[in-house]
Design a binder for this molecule. Structure first.
Ligand code: 13P
Length: 250
């Protein structure tokens, strides 16, 4: 049985002060989350604070991006080992904002997945289609292409060491959530694709949904057979809402 995972992606939000209050709230309520693992993915500069505040708690943490490079003259970049240095468990790779705003190609994302995994981080691989791609009926094709880039680079077995997040781009930050049926359809297609290559990997890999998931719609989404949790943006910035999602996941 796959353990549900509810991960917050804070994106470029917060301050030392607001993050302290947010984590205090999460820690105070985490006891009511029974089944799900709860994690937060913080901006790099706050990872030391996050580590200090979450050490010894039941909440995991991670980063939102990493460099493909190990070290050297790459001004402004952060390596996998640096992220590991702050005891991060997770790192998000290939978020649609990285793909669309910072030019990350499928190949770059696959490289980042590989580097994260080799460093012992758990990559949360984001995939998902644009609105026009959904309207053209090519959602599965787009998601398959994004997955294949990673599988071709690291092999299907390596996917078992990561998490997949299906985030339809049109649902991110828009308040327009995929319906549970729409999301389940794509999640099932992803799992079937994996199963056609390796049944064990398909059974093991958690597939999270992301895109305007909130305290009101989480239970229904996570209740679907192939939705193993959520990657939460806006609603992860409020401890009550975030914990409600955690509880909705069991
Ligand atoms: P929202 O929950 O704000 O729509 O963001 C989703 C997301 O991009 C998580 O990575």
């Amino acid at each position: 049985m796959r353990q549900p995972l509810v991960a917050g992606n804070w994106k470029m939000n917060g301050s030392r002060e607001s993050i302290k209050a947010l984590l205090d709230g999460i820690k105070a309520g985490i006891g009511a989350v029974n089944k799900a693992e709860v994690a937060v993915c913080a901006p790099y500069v706050y990872l030391a604070d996050v580590q200090q505040q979450l050490n010894g708690s039941n909440v995991s943490w991670g980063a939102q991006n990493l460099s493909t490079e190990a070290s050297g003259a790459f001004t402004g970049e952060i390596s996998a080992d640096m992220i590991k240095d702050f005891s991060c468990k997770y790192v998000i790779v290939g978020h649609s904002e990285r793909r669309s705003l910072y030019g990350e190609t499928d190949e770059i994302v696959a490289h980042k997945f590989e580097v994260a995994r080799n460093a012992g981080l758990v990559p949360i691989l984001c995939v998902g289609e644009l609105l026009e791609e959904r309207e053209k009926g090519i959602t599965e094709e787009v998601v398959n292409r994004q997955l294949d880039a990673v599988i071709n680079r690291v092999g299907i077995a390596a996917l078992a060491d990561g998490v997949i997040a299906y985030e339809p781009v049109w649902a991110i930050g828009t308040g327009k959530t995929a319906t549970p049926d729409q999301a389940q359809e794509t999640h099932a297609a992803i799992r079937q694709k994996l199963a056609s290559m390796d049944a064990g990997v398909a059974e093991k890999v958690q597939i999270l949904y992301g895109g305007s998931m909130n305290a009101g719609n989480a239970a229904e989404l996570i209740g679907m057979a192939d939705i193993d949790g959520g990657l939460i943006g806006g609603a992860s910035l409020k401890s009550d809402d975030f914990l409600t999602i955690g509880k909705a996941a069991g």
